[in-house]
Design a protein around this ligand. Structure first.
Ligand code: UD1
Ligand code: UDP
Length: 364
């Protein structure tokens, strides 16, 4: 039996792991043990995904959240190490770039267990982002790096990874697998359009939660000023991350529109399918906008998903009110043309599982 411990903790990781778990269960010779660090814990930031996406229940729930980076990562490291000592898996699988990702990779590597990093090789080249630190360190100690794009392979090559004792594989993007699979029946499962009286193309979908924006009060004020102005002419639907809600409340900023609570994945897909535009600082949402052919304005100075910018379907605008409004006005007049298949063809999860089986020839 091939044993994999999967580490998840934050919303985008539940979605990515859902896609890969769907593939793992097809193989009776693989056993997956899911460890939820607890980094995200509200029902609509965590349970909703396990319930509606049929993700296997976590075997371990570590309940580590709402702490400074060092404390959070350190406690996760300690607890994950305990799980690994008990389970002794063949692989530890980590996703993306959160504190849960780094803690999982580090605990595994120190225990001499092979680390598989899904979404390897991405770079923003901004070392002020906690995500950039997490992804660089995780890549460096990973044994199998599953890269979603050509650019991610190029980044690793430029950093000398070809000389390191690791496998670098281009697999495509597991988020595309999830969008394709769950997107096929989101309309049956979601009531969000009716609930909020939304019509096709009559709203802009917006999310905002990255520390680089939320922790800078000037940036927050400037972005929210732009959103307030946009909302005068187009409805804004904004499922608000608890981090952002707390900060808006503490800064006492007035919004001209009413944000909604974070939504589940089926609701999110329905919003993506029907929105006119996407305005976001999310990593995952930039790609999902592309999967559903929606132009995206990214409220950041740089992105890891540079191919979207090069294809002209995503524009980086940062946080300046006037820049956001100008780009938004431009976009209304010049809707970009969408190219196909920047992220593979929806079989990344299968490729990843095949790579793990091939690494253990006895199972092939
Ligand atoms: C984390 C990731 C970020 C990712 C995001 C996905 C890190 C460093 N950051 O950021 O890369 O884009 O997840 O959404 O790992 N909170 C709640 N309820 C929840 C979850 C969080 O109230 O269910 C609150 C926490 O108490 C904390 C704040 O939100 O006050 C931030 O949570 P945290 O997990 O530290 O980081 P995220 O901003 O969610
Ligand atoms: N998402 C969701 N409900 C929400 C907001 C986001 O289901 O209210 C999904 C989104 O569609 C994407 C993932 O969560 O699949 C991205 O998470 P987030 O933006 O929190 O993190 P990031 O991708 O920036 O790390």
């Amino acid at each position: 039996m091939l044993k994999i411990v999967t580490i998840v903790g934050a919303r985008p990781q539940f979605i990515k792991a859902a896609a890969v778990s769907r593939e793992i269960v097809k193989h009776p010779e693989i056993r997956e043990i899911i460890v939820h660090t607890g980094q995200h814990f509200d029902v609509n930031m965590s349970d909703v995904f396990f319930n509606e996406m049929d993700i296997p229940r976590p075997d371990y729930y570590l309940d580590i959240n709402s702490m400074a980076h060092g404390a959070m990562t350190g406690r996760m490291l300690e607890k994950i190490e305990e799980v690994l000592n008990k389970e002794v898996p063949d692989f530890v699988m980590v996703y993306g770039d959160t504190n849960s990702t780094l803690a999982g990779a580090l605990a595994a590597k120190k225990a001499l267990i092979k680390v598989v990093h899904v979404e390897a090789g991405l770079r923003s080249f901004n070392m002020h982002m906690p995500e950039e630190i997490n992804r660089i360190l995780t890549d460096r100690i990973s044994d199998i790096l599953c890269c979603p794009t050509d650019k991610s392979i190029e980044n690793l090559t430029n950093e000398g990874f070809k000389k390191f004792p690791c496998q670098i594989k281009k697999t495509g993007d597991v988020m595309q697998d999830a969008a394709l699979f769950y997107g096929a029946f989101s309309a049956e499962k979601s009531t969000i359009m009716r609930l909020h009286g939304l019509e096709e193309n009559d709203f802009t979908l917006c999310t905002l939660h990255r520390a680089e924006n939320t922790d800078n009060h000037n940036k927050m004020a400037s972005i929210l000023d732009a959103l307030n102005q946009i909302s005068q002419e187009m409805k804004i639907v904004m499922p608000l991350h608890p981090r952002t809600r707390k900060i808006i409340e503490s800064l006492d900023i007035n919004l001209n529109f009413v944000p909604i609570a974070p939504v589940g994945y089926f609701d999110m897909i329905e919003l993506l399918k029907h929105t006119k535009f996407v305005l976001t600082d999310s990593g995952g949402l930039q790609k999902e906008a592309y999967f559903f052919n929606k132009p995206c304005i990214t409220l950041r100075e740089e992105t890891e998903w540079v191919e979207l910018v090069e294809a002209g379907v995503n524009q980086l605008v940062g946080s300046d009110t006037e820049v956001i409004l100008t780009k938004y006005a431009d976009l209304k007049c010049h809707i970009p043309v969408f190219t196909n298949n920047l992220y593979g063809c929806g079989n990344a999860s299968k490729q990843i599982v095949d790579i793990l089986l091939a690494d253990n020839p006895v199972f092939v």
